[in-house]
Design a protein around this ligand. Structure first.
Ligand SMILES: [Zn+2]
Length: 381
């Protein structure tokens, strides 16, 4: 039988008290004692320790018709913060989240990706330091920094093992990490977006998450967790073959899903997604017919692909990323109708859902930060 020392038990009780307060803001000492079956003096001791650690605070009194009003305790949401950074070819964005996953601040700026990775990572670190200074945030309050990138990452989160979009296979995070004395890791952007969806939609247990953004990506969610697979390639739907010998993919192959469902399939790199969706829904626009045709073609490929995915994994398919942020209810209905037409079993197609998270393109930076908050909440204090 496993033996626990007195210190282990104290630490576990301290963590339990913190989690209770985190889940039940404005609770009283008596409520904590009753719910956790602890004596009042023990709870008092843990409350003192947690207050000293600046993790909880007294936030008012609980109204009572009898006797003295009891103090109400809450977790300090900004006691610790986590940083998520999204890296793309022309820009970076940085989300700082509190312990409840709420955005503390967000910033984005133009920053060209450089093939001289040392100088790029130094520039990125300077940007983070500048933001922390500007918001008066000491590093001691930061749980970690997650860098969301368009590529596959080694299992220890330290190296890009497949990064063709920015030609950065082999890039290691060491140079960036040298600037900070806190955990830093690389994360696959699609997994970050899926993680954000899981954070906002915790009842989601099994799902396919499709990240329809500048490029396509995905993740498989099983039992409430993201599946990585043997080689960390689970959910790389973008390189499944949709049309043998078809359009050229950035990976070098022809006919992969990505070139059919990436943003450029709609915008052809000449307009923004916003312009495309505005004009394709405006019958008075000179581009209406052209964009409707393009949209119809896109929906055809999307419907075919979604039906294929559904045949593999009979579960919810969440459409996330920047493209679905422009989908209207009628767009979603159209997609469901096309999937129904492809379906062998004529299933209900309500399994196709739009992402719950309302942060849109910020979901990758948010998701990169979420990982550190989850770790903090899962581990003992
Ligand atoms: Zn490909």
């Amino acid at each position: 039988m496993e033996k626990f020392s007195l210190t282990d038990i104290k630490k576990k009780n301290l963590t339990d008290v913190y989690h209770y307060i985190y889940d039940n803001p404005l609770c009283s000492k008596q409520q904590i004692a009753n719910s956790l079956s602890m004596s009042l003096p023990t709870v008092t001791q843990h409350l003192n320790n947690l207050t000293e650690m600046e993790l909880i605070e007294e936030s008012g009194k609980i109204s009572s018709s009898i006797g003295r009003k009891a103090a109400a305790y809450s977790a300090v949401s900004t006691a610790k913060l986590a940083i998520g950074i999204d890296i793309s070819r022309h820009a970076v964005s940085m989300a700082v989240l509190d312990l409840y996953g709420k955005q503390f601040f967000f910033d984005s700026r133009a920053m060209e990706y450089k093939s001289d990775t040392d100088s790029y990572l130094d520039q990125l670190a300077d940007y983070v330091k500048e933001q922390l200074r500007e918001h008066d945030l000491p590093l001691t309050r930061i749980l970690g920094i997650g860098l969301s990138v368009q590529g596959l990452i080694s299992s220890d989160g330290q190296e890009i093992v497949y990064g063709v979009i920015l030609d950065n296979t082999g890039l290691r995070i060491d140079r960036f990490r040298e600037h900070f004395s806190i955990p830093c890791c690389l994360l696959h952007d699609s997994e970050c977006a899926a993680r954000k969806e899981l954070w906002d939609n915790p009842e989601l247990r099994n799902a396919i998450y499709l990240n329809l953004s500048q490029h396509l990506g995905g993740a498989i969610i099983l039992h409430g967790d993201i599946q990585h697979g043997i080689y960390g390639r689970s959910g790389t739907f973008e390189h499944m073959t949709l049309e043998p010998g078809g359009k050229k993919c950035y990976c070098g192959k022809r006919g992969c899903v990505d070139p059919y469902l990436c943003a450029a399939a709609l915008t052809e790199d000449k307009i923004t997604l916003e312009e495309f969706f505005r004009e394709k829904s405006n019958p008075d626009s000179p581009f209406y017919t052209e964009y409707q045709t393009r949209w119809g073609r896109y929906l055809g490929w999307l419907g075919l692909f979604l039906n294929n995915l559904h045949m593999i994994f009979d579960t919810i398919i969440v459409l996330g990323g920047s493209i679905p942020t422009f989908f209207t209810e009628s767009d979603l209905e159209e997609i469901r109708k096309i999937v129904y037409e492809f379906s062998t079993f004529r299933d209900e197609t309500t399994f196709i859902q739009l992402q719950r998270t309302d942060v849109g393109i910020r979901s990758t930076s948010h998701g990169a930060a979420c990982m550190f908050i989850e770790n903090f909440l899962m581990n003992q204090l």
